[in-house]
Structures are given as structure tokens and as C-alpha cells.
Design a protein around this ligand. Sequence first.
Ligand code: FE
Ligand code: ZN
Ligand code: FE
Length: 170
Amino acid sequence: MKLFTSTEFNSLQDLFLNQIQDLYDAEQRITTALPKMIDAAQSSDLKQAFQSHLAETQQHVTRLEKIFSQLGADTKRQTCLAMKGIIDEGEEMVNAKGSPEVKDAALIAAAQRVEHYEMAGYGTARNFALRLGRQDVANTLQQTLSEEKAADEKLTRIAESQVNVQAAAR
Ligand code: FE
Ligand code: ZN
Ligand code: FE
């Protein structure tokens, strides 16, 4: 398997489109992974947090499709190897045996890695869009970025107020 195909960047526009294609692949992988996280979670707050972020993630996919069309580009996925790896780690947590309380903490640990990776991707893409004079596209990316941040913060609250406390009590 060839890990690195040669990519050519002749303009910031090329690089920007590549970043959008990567995010588009990542978001679709997340929509497939989250239902397994929902099933695996024991805490009802955690289940609900994953559930509502699944609905948001479906919006993130739709927003990226809107961006492809705003850019006059084809809707295309570029395999996000990093998200594949982060999700593999998440699956390990989903399939883990043992105490459900500790498992919830493990699910949060995996999910926050997903959110932080997305925040990095959307922050970079938003700045590229601004630099390219696409305030419209930047605004759309900022909307998603804000939801990723809020999802991450919600997970921190659930971990600190509840899940980590119960995991430590095992
Ligand atoms: Fe997302
Ligand atoms: Zn990637
Ligand atoms: Fe997310």
C-alpha cells in the first residue's frame, strides 16, 4: 500500500481544496464511528452528547458539500489517514471489556482526540479561506469549528463532573 501519493500544490487554493477534501473524508468516517460510541457508552449524559454530536457531524458533512459547490469544485474525499487511526483507537475502546465506568472514560479519551484533530483542521482551513478572500466560506468553516469546540468542552464537563469520578471509584 502506498501511503504517500505525490500531491502537487501550486497555489494556496490547491492546498485549501486538499484540506477540505481531507475534512470531508474525516467527517464521513466520524458519522460511521459515532453510532458505535453511542451504543458503547453507559452514562446517559455521554450517550446524549455523542447523539447530539452525531446530528451536528451530519451537518458538518453537508456544510463541506456546500463549500465544494461555493468553490465550484467537485465533491471529493481524500483519505484522512490520521482520522482513520484515531477512529481505530476509538474502536479499541468500544470493543474493550471491563468496567463500564472506566470504559466511558476511555470513550471520552478517544472522542476528544477526534474533536481536537477536527479543531486543528477547521482552524487552518478557515484561515486559508480568509487569506483567499472567501469570507463566506470562512464563516461556514467557523460555524463547524465552534461546534467542535463546544462538543469538546461538553465532553470535558461530563468527564470531570461524572465519568472520571466514577472511573476513579472502581
Ligand atoms: Fe465535525
Ligand atoms: Zn487528515
Ligand atoms: Fe466533531
